[in-house]
Design a protein around this ligand. Sequence first.
Ligand code: GDP
Ligand code: MN
Length: 448
Amino acid sequence: MIRTFMIVFLFLWLGRYFYFSSSSSSSSSESSPVETSSPFMYDRNNNNNNNVIKNQSNQFQTQPIQVKGNEQYSKQQQPFIPLNKNIQDQDRAKGVVVILARNSDLHGIRASIRQFEARVNRRFHYPYVFLNEEPFTDEFKHYVHLLISSTAQFGQIPKSVQPAPFWTTNGTRIFKDTMWWGYPEHIDQSIAATKRKEMASLENPPPYADSESYRHMCRFQSGLFFRHPLLDGYDYYWRVEPDVDFYCDVDYDVFQLMKDKGFKYGWTIAIQEIPETIETLWAATRRFIQKFPHYGVFDPQQSLLSWIMQMDDTTKADYYNGCHFWSNFEIGSLDFFRSQPYLDFFDHLDQEGGFFYERWGDAPVHSIAAALLLKKSEIHFFNDIGYNHPPVAHCPTEPFLQEKCHCDPAISIDWQDGSCAVPYKNIDPDFVWDEFTYYRETNPYRLA
Ligand code: GDP
Ligand code: MN
């Protein structure tokens, strides 16, 4: 029964990917970036075309709506939200909702935001940062802004080499020229093209096998998003994607919980990666460990490494079992990514070229980094946050949580085939909080 269910899901999933891969590859053209005063920012002072949106026939027409400039979206004062626990201003977690999206994602992202606001943000009013390698249209900004209860900033990602911040172990920040969205110089683009074709002609090609834009996206989410200047000043982020569901009321401040508990990475769904997309990712990780043996957390009491690394009984060689946190949902510490070990890891992987010669996803990259560089006590399972990114969903099964949700626990991937929650339990048996622990830990962060 479960197997049939999974097969139907897989079928639907792949169908969706086929549909999208053609449209996403067409958005990969390398046209030069639109000039703004800074390569990163939507031009705050440019009020041109504010009331012009594109109609279906691709001609511009004037609309009666008045779209505000970026500055007006972001200028409002963030309200102060008192929590049960009295926390000094300087100890409040600075959290932000981060959304990478194309203009064509407008309707999908509005659907996600509608639920995110209803379930989470109407209480906490976390600010949003939207990122895109193309300038966001005024239409996008206007229709997104109508649904949010807080502030939004719309940033552009340069499709060129620009200075990017690096943080050293002693905390200083330096800038180095880095390709933000595009091919780094050392990538042989003709080899990359051949590899894409090869992947697309497999008998069961993985989703986005031939997409260039998807690879740029995965590389950006792996190594660049947290360095965007619009995220300066924030410590924690919640990643939101188009067309996802938030099923449950989140009535405590998750960012403050992350900060006070020392959590660096939070997840709801963990599944297995498609092996064809990451053939050499583990070998590359092995070389990283050899180069930087002092970085990892190897103490078996504290390490999560055995969740992803397994031994082949016959060859006695270790391999990556593909388990990863599904990164379309993430609540994480920006400082984890802004740390020298993570930056060295990303640089190492970037040099190896697998973002383009294979199709390394940001999910396995973030997850391998978390399992290698973080203690298991720094990783948190948000069981209470019911979430759906079709075709996979997490819905809490516990009655005390179901009261806050609108999902059928039977759809939850957690204890089904393909889920990596089962092996996670072997390593961290108490990773699902019981009712007492849940309220004890979250009550301090509920509204006063
Ligand atoms: P999937 O979840 O792996 O099927 O991939 P998605 O198509 O949902 O893409 C992941 C995230 O990156 C979503 O937030 C998308 O809106 C965003 N995204 C994907 N490709 C691009 C792109 O080419 N440009 C921009 N700006 N965003 C993209
Ligand atoms: Mn997605």
